[in-house]
Design a protein around this ligand. Structure first.
Ligand SMILES: [Zn+2]
Length: 133
């Protein structure tokens, strides 16, 4: 069963912080550089930061998404990079070309682990009255 996290915290999609987050210092967005993600603040390099961001999107918004939606959420510079990342993530997909939809199955994640999800976690920690313990 899917928990609607945005409703739970009375948030909208526009309020979510977009981009790949640095797991070390929480800066966002990391930048895409030579096939990796680099944090311009602490210098951390990530190979698979986009996977966490896609998982966040699936949890927070929808398990099914298109190239355009992921490009927007991850702040990717082009649809071809989005396509490459989506393809390499081994997601199940249906449809062709621009109609293609990808599904990230969250059933293997436990709902109580939602605080591990970075986008909502970072957002909540920045909201008055909330804090990650
Ligand atoms: Zn960093």
């Amino acid at each position: 069963m899917k928990m609607n996290v945005l409703d739970k915290f009375n948030l909208t999609y526009d309020e979510l912080i977009k981009g790949v987050l640095c797991k070390k210092c929480s800066y966002t967005p990391m930048i895409r550089l030579r096939g990796k993600w680099k944090c311009n603040v602490c210098g951390t390099i990530s190979i698979d930061g986009h996977l966490s961001a896609m998982r966040d999107y699936a949890l927070l918004v929808n398990e099914v998404f298109t190239n355009q939606l992921i490009k927007n959420f991850l702040l990717l510079p082009s649809s071809s990079i989005a396509k490459y990342l989506l393809t390499s993530a081994n997601l199940t997909s249906t449809g062709m070309k621009k109609q293609r939809k990808y599904r990230l199955d969250l059933s293997s994640f436990h709902p109580e682990c939602w605080l591990d999800f970075f986008h909502i976690g970072i957002f909540i920690s920045r909201k008055p009255g909330y804090g990650l313990q």
